[in-house]
Design a binder for this molecule. Structure first.
Ligand code: PLP
Length: 420
């Protein structure tokens, strides 16, 4: 078999490793030689129920044998109805309407298109460091790294950027950082895109690709207030932070607010391509029938996988597990911070945690890279993130046990020690 380097596969994909995988089970991936890896990347936050959870596999097999495809412009099928019904029991009562697509970027596109129709306005405010996708619109909304937009300019117009309250980056206390971000957001509305032109503000309730930044408490509430005061819609991009990842079903629940639109993908279907938006029914009254859609969105097999995923999250109390394991994870990472001068910051919410590497407060990407490599040599898979790639993100599957987490952390300790 060819390796990834001489396979004919496009070189446009980045590859964090050369591992060719054959099997996945729980927190583990197995390569073609049978070597076992602890996957604490969860396929970038996708397999929250672990690889090939038996109940998800069974649902996929059963559905594939019955109906692989039923095009939603032509017919409706049971799995999509069941998924909407199930999600309705898990979301705040105001968020009662569901549209399904395939990728995260497509969900963000849908959210923006809905916001434009619902408000009759054109502009969108995003936060600096955000990642919303790789399509032309979502690329214009993405400011986590220049690689995503370099040489693709000019980008879609009408996107305006405001700072995310990233306290460690600014070197300020949380309260000061929050006040700054709110002031700057108000200034964007005063100086660049007026409330009369602004359809929506989109926010990642925990910044993902941009650095696993937990915003100061009160940030989401402030956005909600600003949106309400100015007739602007609030979109929460929960594509990475959703489905139990942060110890709540959605990360916006940490602040007791309800957005107008929520984007979902990744964790919703344990690896089957499914995404979507959840929104307030009233908004849809202005979303003209036929003005949005897609061939594959709401595929029956993907929807069946999503229903099974939601059942597993509930029955195995995985949201609670994310909260409990998340506390253990953060505690241990804090100890590492005391031990190693090159760890500048440790932060997280549930099983969405970060170790930021810096030397004299300057980003240290080489250190992060060396630690990831040393961890991979020990068969522990971890991913970087952040504008400067100097942050290691921890995204274990939500099924991770106390012992498995401790094993991963002890391999991480060895990797840190190797690069000391
Ligand atoms: C917060 C967020 N939004 C949108 C996306 C885009 O999702 P996709 O890669 O499925 O298009 C991602 C992907 O990492 C994400 O993390």
């Amino acid at each position: 078999m060819n390796s990834v380097r001489n396979s004919g596969l496009s070189g446009v994909w980045t590859h964090a490793t050369d591992i060719v995988v054959e099997k996945g089970e729980g927190i583990y991936l197995y390569d073609t030689e049978g070597k076992r890896y602890i996957d604490f990347t969860s396929g970038i936050g996708v397999v929250n129920t672990g690889h090939c959870h038996p109940e998800v596999v069974a649902a996929i097999q059963k559905q594939a044998a019955a109906l692989i495809f039923g095009q939603l412009n032509i017919v409706t099928h049971k799995p999509v109805l069941q998924l909407a019904e199930k999600l309705n029991t898990l979301t705040p009562p105001e968020l009662d309407t569901f549209f399904f697509s395939n990728s995260g970027a497509e969900a963000v596109e849908a959210a923006v298109k809905l916001a434009k129709h619902a408000t009759g306005k054109t502009n969108i405010i995003v936060f600096n460091g955000s990642f919303h996708g790789r399509t032309h619109l979502t690329m214009a909304m993405t400011t986590s790294k220049p690689i995503y937009r370099k040489k693709y300019q000019p980008l879609v117009a009408g996107i305006f950027t405001s700072p995310y309250p990233y306290a460690y980056y600014y070197g300020w206390p949380e309260k000061e950082t929050l006040d700054f971000a709110v002031k700057e957001l108000e200034k964007v509305l005063a100086s660049q895109t007026s409330p009369e032109e602004t359809a929506a503000i989109i926010v990642e309730p925990v910044l993902g690709e941009g650095g696993y930044v937990v915003p100061p408490n009160g940030f989401l509430k402030k956005i909600r207030e600003i949106c309400d005061k100015n007739g602007i819609l609030m979109i929460a991009d929960e594509i990475q932070s959703g489905f139990g990842r942060t110890g709540r079903f959605f990360a916006f629940e940490h602040e007791q607010i309800v957005p107008d639109i929520v984007t979902i993908a990744k964790g919703v279907a344990s690896g089957m391509p499914l995404s979507g938006i959840i929104y307030r029914h009233a908004l849809g009254e202005k979303w003209i029938t036929g003005s949005h859609g897609g061939t594959y969105g709401g595929n029956p097999v993907a929807c069946a996988a999503a229903v099974a995923t939601l059942n597993v999250l509930e029955n195995e109390q995985l949201v609670h597990n994310a909260e409990v394991r998340g506390k253990e994870l953060l505690e241990r990472l804090q100890e590492f911070k005391k031990q190693y001068h090159f760890i500048g910051d440790v932060r997280g919410r549930g099983l969405m945690a970060a170790v930021e590497f810096s030397e004299n407060h300057a980003p240290a990407p080489e250190r992060a890279k060396a630690v990831i490599k040393a961890a991979a040599e020990r068969k522990l898979l971890l991913l970087s993130c952040g504008t400067y790639s100097n942050i290691i993100r921890w995204i274990p599957p939500l099924i991770v046990t106390k012992e498995q987490l401790a094993e991963g952390l002890s391999l991480f300790a060895e990797a840190l020690e190797q690069t000391r």
